[in-house]
Design a protein around this ligand. Structure first.
Ligand SMILES: *Cc1c(COP(=O)(O)O)cnc(C)c1O
Length: 349
């Protein structure tokens, strides 16, 4: 008889957003970028595939040296402060494994990214969630928080708002464990906690290439933290966690900041236009600093928005959680895709 660890038997798996196999869908449910990655990324991948893919015979650089060098230069830190990852999900997982034992507490804001919970349960850690106050603070956060890891999604998912650095600094002082600032969407706003890493030894900033860099399909992320933290994460990762194509893609993407800025600007313009249009139609749209909006229906029925759009082959994200059921999260597509979405929503009364 096979017996699983108790916490594995008891836990639910994380269910990612639906990825339809047939074409013809407008996909606004997983916050992917509607534009392709930088042409320099494609060139770098093609260059890595020269001579019939001859390079693929050999293992990749286990230390991700070039990608880390480029990231370190961009963020103004030494490469020993940077780790690359197979998606930022890998970092979230390894942060829990490095800092929280079975039975230790892992905390985060609810609502935010529910995958933190899955990862904590795998480790057998205890999950504690905190609500948000009306003025975007964490409700009832202790003066001295004893959890080993606290995840702060900033800007928040799925609501889209960011926490300011003064407040993040204060939280870091109140955390006895590690404060992970998950900046998956930070490129769509103009603040970042990156500079706080030098002031607070317990802050870890994680980033993903899946949203702003249009590379969800490559699985790339990175973290910036003090070298002791990076060394711990380095110790427990798979040694060849990034393949050769991902490594060259990461370096090329980070180097092409003008391309990043141009696609981000287009998405933010679409977001602001789309939000204003929905507000005119009676929707409550949360102010967003990301590439998605959370829109509450005039009648408070998020499922009806989801179902109506679904019937028109437009996919958005609906969360049945009572805190979120009044609306849907809508990722920003191209202007054309959002015009089609708006046309469908305009007919809903
Ligand atoms: C998308 C997302 C991630 C995961 O990023 P990957 O690099 O694709 O693993 C992590 N955190 C938040 C809040 C996200 O929205």
């Amino acid at each position: 008889m096979i017996t699983l660890r108790k916490n594995i038997a008891a836990m639910d798996r994380y269910v990612p957003g639906f990825q339809p196999e047939e074409t013809g869908w407008i996909k606004l449910n997983t916050n992917e970028n509607p534009y392709p990655p930088s042409p320099k990324v494609v060139e770098a991948i093609q260059a890595e595939l020269v001579n019939g893919g001859e390079n693929l015979r050999k293992y990749p650089d286990a230390g991700s040296k070039e990608a880390r060098r480029v990231a370190a230069e961009l963020y103004g830190v030494d490469p020993s402060w940077v780790i690359m990852a197979n998606g930022s999900d890998e970092l979230l997982n390894n942060l829990i494994r490095a800092f929280a034992d079975a039975g230790d507490e892992v905390g985060f804001v609810h609502p935010s990214y529910s995958y933190y919970s899955t990862l904590a349960h795998i480790q057998g850690a205890k999950v504690v969630t905190f609500g948000l106050t009306a003025d975007t603070k964490i409700a009832d956060f202790p003066d001295s928080y004893r959890g080993k890891v606290f995840f702060l999604t900033s800007p928040n998912a799925p609501l889209g708002l960011g926490f300011d650095n003064t407040y993040i600094s204060e939280l870091a002082d109140r955390c006895r464990g590690v404060l992970v600032v998950d900046e998956a969407y930070v490129d769509f706003t103009n603040t970042s906690a990156m500079e706080l890493v030098k002031k607070h030894e317990n802050i870890v900033v994680t980033r993903t290439f899946s949203k702003s860099y249009s590379l969800a399909g490559m699985r790339l992320g990175l973290a910036v933290a003090r070298p002791e933290v990076i060394a711990a994460l380095d110790k427990i990762r798979d040694h060849y966690h990034l393949d050769r194509l991902a490594l060259v893609a990461a370096a090329a993407a980070l180097k092409d900041q003008p391309y990043l800025r141009s696609t981000v600007a287009k998405i933010c313009a679409t977001r602001d236009w789309f939000s204003a249009e929905l507000r005119q139609r009676g929707y409550h749209v949360h102010p967003s600093q990301t590439n998605y909006i959370f829109a509450e229906a005039p009648d408070g029925d998020g499922k009806r928005i989801y179902d109506t759009l679904f019937a028109h082959k437009i996919l958005v994200r609906y969360f049945s959680d009572p805190l979120l059921a009044s609306g849907t999260r809508i990722s920003m597509g191209t202007r054309e895709e959002m015009e089609k979405t708006l046309a469908v929503l305009s007919e809903l009364d």
